[in-house]
Design a protein around this ligand. Structure first.
Ligand code: DP6
Length: 363
């Protein structure tokens, strides 16, 4: 038996992931690359026990046993299922997984990102002890490990790199390329490992950077990201143009702005990329709408604050809660402005953080 404890942070995308390559959907290979910030104070801690066995999985989330008919179990068992299929050595064990988030699950706080990153990191720790050859070949570094996290949830891949900070998830396979049926064995593995994450800027390179979480609504989201993005890929008429524009123009510009610590340029691009994602959702049929009236009020408040000088940028994912990016010197002003709309106790400030890591190993 081995016991591993791991921790992984959430991440917030600036250039968003919203759609899988239909040919490679099973392996969660995206249609475009994305970039995100690793968050310091919101994370998942996971305890994993692995015993000799046949691939049985027990899962407990936030102190609640998750049974096979529950949605959360399905996602976890799918991740293990794909791992067992690609790497049969991993099926020689039974797994007992206990995960805890220190923030609300499924309300647009990217819990699947930290959850699957922590699970992949714990699995890495277990395989290092139990299957050292398999570990050395397929799991021994963050680039490889980011692929295992992706098999659970796309955004989880960006929570893997140890350095954290500003992370890029490369899409890998060009959407025009053939599907998995034309590849076998190692060739198939090479394709699957072509889409991975890496740190571009570490947290200590931009220590003044702040992320402000706003809690507008705590309810579970109406439409899960997974079916939502699939519907956008299938029905949104501007989807391919959005991919093309972001891959070739927006993403390189965001990366340049972050590397140069050019906040005004970054802030404008970040808001446009968020608005672009929600435009794609709006052009999906049936329409996907995550923002509510309060979200719009917050957008107006940020724009008002930015009238003279760029001080803040909002971003929204699959929910009505905004993350606002700012710099230390504007932090108080931004909080004042936001607290006109949201009670101060629903506003939390955090910074760029490190990525996932193992915190305990027992044999
Ligand atoms: C809007 O990673 O939750 O947060 O890969 O199907 O598990 P699956 O989806 P998920 O989608 C996240 C979408 C997003 C944008 C982003 O984080 O890039």
């Amino acid at each position: 038996m081995v016991y591993i404890k791991s921790i992984a942070p959430t991440n917030i995308a600036v250039v968003k992931y919203w759609g899988k390559n239909p040919k490679w959907e099973k392996y969660l290979i995206p249609l475009k690359s994305s970039v995100s910030f690793t968050v310091q104070d919101f994370y998942t801690e996971t305890e994993l026990k692995a015993n000799k066995g046949t691939g049985n999985i027990l899962f407990n989330l936030n102190d609640k046993a998750i049974t096979p008919e529950m949605k959360e179990y399905e996602y976890v068992s799918e991740m293990f299922g794909k791992t067992f299929e690609l790497f049969p050595n991993t099926k020689n064990y039974d797994y007992d997984v206990k995960s805890k988030n220190n923030f609300p699950t499924a309300a647009g706080y990217a819990s699947s990102a930290s959850g699957f990153a922590a699970l992949a990191r714990a699995l890495q720790g277990a395989m290092k002890e139990l299957e050292p050859d398999f570990y050395s070949k397929y799991m021994a570094n963050d680039k490889l490990l980011s692929v295992f996290a992706r098999l659970g949830s796309g955004s989880a891949t960006r929570s893997i790199p140890k350095k954290g900070g500003f992370v890029m998830w490369k899409r890998g396979i060009n959407p025009k390329k053939q599907g998995p049926e034309t590849f076998k064995g190692e060739e198939l593995n090479n394709q699957i490992f072509s889409s991975y994450s890496k740190t571009l800027v570490s947290p200590d390179e931009w220590p003044e950077f702040r992320l402000i979480y706003t809690k507008i609504e705590e309810k579970e989201k109406k439409i899960k990201s997974r079916p939502g993005m699939k519907s956008s890929v299938q029905t949104c008429p501007i989807y391919n143009d959005w991919v093309e524009y972001e891959e070739k123009t927006a993403m390189p510009a965001v990366i340049k702005a972050v590397k140069e610590k050019d906040f005004p340029t970054f802030a404008k691009l970040a808001m446009q990329c968020s608005d672009g994602l929600h435009a794609v959702m709006g052009y999906t049929y049936p329409r996907i709408l995550y923002l509510n009236e309060k979200s719009q009020e917050l957008i107006d408040a940020v724009n008002e604050l930015n009238a003279g000088e760029m001080k803040a940028a909002y971003t929204y994912d699959a929910g009505p809660n905004a993350i606002v990016f700012t710099l230390e010197k504007y932090e108080n002003q931004v909080i004042e402005q936001l607290s006109r709309i949201i009670p101060k106790e629903n506003i939390a400030v955090t910074r760029l953080g490190k990525g996932s890591r193992i915190t305990k190993v027992e044999k």
